[in-house]
Design a protein around this ligand. Sequence first.
Ligand SMILES: C[S@@+](CC[C@H](N)C(=O)[O-])C[C@H]1O[C@@H](n2cnc3c(N)ncnc32)[C@H](O)[C@@H]1O
Length: 191
Amino acid sequence: MNGMLNIMKPLKNEPWLTKGAIKFLDDNLNFEDSLLEIGSGGSTLYFSQKVKKIVSIEFNEIWYKRIFDALIDNKIKNVTLILLKTNSKNISKVYNTYLKGLNEKFNWIISDGVDGTRGAPIILANKLLYDNGWIILDNYNRSKYKKCLSYLKEWKEIIFNAESGRKYSGSGTAFYKKPKSPNLFNDYREG
Ligand SMILES: C[S@@+](CC[C@H](N)C(=O)[O-])C[C@H]1O[C@@H](n2cnc3c(N)ncnc32)[C@H](O)[C@@H]1O
């Protein structure tokens, strides 16, 4: 979620998502799963205990070091933490270029980079997810994400809205499940 980010805030071993979303993750993450995270945080520590393998991408060098140290301190070995160093202000484009070149599929993706950069993983989710995999978008109901979400209109959607009384807009977490592709070559015979 967004709101005021404070780099000195203690790092909790928890994703910064709605409560319902965390419950859904608790119930559905599998120890054999792989997960791609765009936007590291307390979530990285949480996921490290829930799945087999994580690739977590961060562009903010100070924040990256914070997470890197936390992984060392907690002896966490199943996270590949990647710093995307850039002078560009267009972080979305930086993510997009990196993800396009990523030759790997995952069971889960969490698109949780700084606000305004969460579209690239959505648009590339079809390439990066296994069939029946899930992509998570926090603050899904902000108007800036409407266009990219149209890419997922055939995908199963589950929404967990924030508890009432939250001060900022767009507070809700959405999950989208990649449909299983039809096996078009079932009846194909060579020759
Ligand atoms: C929404 S946050 C990512 C949250 C993370 N996925 C989680 O659930 O813990 C998006 C970005 O904000 C920055 N960030 C996260 N927490 C921060 C903090 N406490 N102070 C400053 N920047 C922060 C990092 O660059 C991070 O990738």
